[in-house]
Design a protein around this ligand. Structure first.
Ligand SMILES: C[S@@+](CC[C@H](N)C(=O)[O-])C[C@H]1O[C@@H](n2cnc3c(N)ncnc32)[C@H](O)[C@@H]1O
Length: 384
């Protein structure tokens, strides 16, 4: 008797990931010299799209753009297809099928996204994904592929192995989830104090408890197939398929400020030669566990450093509001938004710019015009 596909048996919670929005991918690509397509008229493919929630939101927002999603889970695609029909979206196609046996019809795509996919599928599927990017990305197309990262995931793997051992060979999802939860309690009750292994494991348990969702526990943490990669290994595969590193979707994580001050000059030297090498050493230092890497065709020649001049051709969307009515004694003002980070600046034009943009959220604002407005509000000239 054939076994039910795990994602048909247990629904994976659908999310909309802001870091995968084509406007963000386009902005990062353009900063790095790749003139990625405007989202408004783009063609975007999502692989392992689940029920297509993310694609549904994009198809609603950009009626002139074309979206395709593929997923092996028939139940997920059926759910998404019902929503697509109810919303009357004819710019979205949802395909139920195995990526391994699928090739899209021409023309290619400006964006190919695979989130929560690469680490959890067999090697043949991974290879097919990279081949598909090579063969179907537009000349300035951008792929965004996420995966579990090493060496940070060595720590997570320690806990995954214990949980999988305790869950045993029973394939029933409810039993596996219950056994894993039981194991977490057992570990929490019994880990000795003053032991380096126990301290590391306790940290992992705490992190897992914070994001505990039974379905995610079953699919992500208890998965038989869950292969993390160093960035170096991932990029060797990508380069073998004619693809080049552009940047990370969580752009701020590329900042050298994530490493101690003493090693930043060394990282800068590495970056001048090969940005992938700098990123790899950053992972060694920070123990990063997850990457969402942007790739392009190697002929697109992305630049390792962002072009400052490209900023002037972008649009700004900001939900940040000032924390106080006036700057503090040092002239600095912090802008933030509930449940998120913030930015503190003592630059009067930046303060004026953020103060102007926040109330207009989520409208995208062309930067040159916004900058002129901010300069006028701050009484500053362009030369200043
Ligand atoms: C961990 S979920 C990620 C879902 C979504 N992308 C996200 O990040 O929230 C992995 C998805 O990949 C799909 N999948 C796994 N193997 C596949 C294959 N060979 N072809 C197409 N989809 C596949 C699963 O059905 C599942 O929906």
């Amino acid at each position: 008797m054939s076994q039910t596909f795990s994602y048909d048996a247990v629904e994976y919670p659908a999310h909309v990931y802001p870091q995968l929005h084509p406007s963000r991918l386009a902005a990062i690509a353009r900063l790095h010299g790749v003139e990625a397509a405007s989202p408004a008229g783009c063609r975007l493919l999502e692989i392992g799209c689940g029920d297509g929630l993310q694609l549904l939101t994009l198809a609603l927002a950009y009626p002139r753009a074309r979206f395709v999603g593929i997923d092996l889970s028939t139940t997920a695609i059926t759910r998404g297809e019902a929503l697509r029909q109810a919303l009357g979206l004819d710019n979205l196609q949802l395909v139920a099928g195995d990526l391994l046996a699928w090739s899209p019809a021409p023309p290619g795509f400006d964006y190919i996204i695979a989130h929560g996919f690469y680490s959890w599928v067999p090697d043949a599927v991974r290879q097919h994904l990279l081949e598909l990017c090579r063969d179907h990305l537009a000349p300035a197309g951008i792929a965004c592929i996420s995966y579990n990262a090493l060496p940070g995931c060595h720590l997570r793997r320690m806990l995954w192995d214990v949980l999988k051992f305790h869950a045993g060979t029973d394939s029933d999802p409810a039993t596996r989830i219950a056994r894993a939860k039981e194991c977490l309690e057992l570990l929490q009750a019994g880990l000795p104090a003053d032991n380096r292994y126990a301290t590391a494991l306790a940290g992992e348990i705490e992190e897992l408890q914070d994001r505990l969702n039974p379905s995610v526990l079953f699919h992500d943490d208890l998965a038989e197939l869950n292969q993390p990669f160093t960035l170096d290994a991932f990029m060797r595969e990508a380069r073998a398929h004619g693809l080049e590193f552009v940047a990370e979707a969580s752009y701020h994580e590329m900042s050298l400020r994530n490493a101690g001050e003493a090693v930043r000059p060394l990282l800068e030297t590495l970056a001048a030669d090969d940005v992938v090498s700098k990123e790899q050493y950053l992972d060694f230092l920070t123990g990063r566990r997850f990457r969402q890497t942007l790739l392009c065709r190697n002929e697109a020649r992305p630049t390792p450093h962002p072009h400052a001049a490209a900023v002037g051709r972008l649009e700004l969307v900001s939900a940040l509001m000032p924390d106080a009515a006036t700057p503090d004694a040092q002239g600095a003002l912090r802008f933030s938004r509930p449940g998120s980070g913030g930015v503190r600046t003592d630059h009067p034009v930046m303060q004026a710019l953020l103060a102007l943009a926040g109330p207009r959220h989520p409208q995208p604002l062309p930067l040159p015009a916004l900058l002129d407005e901010a300069r006028a509000a701050a009484g500053s000239s362009a030369a200043a």
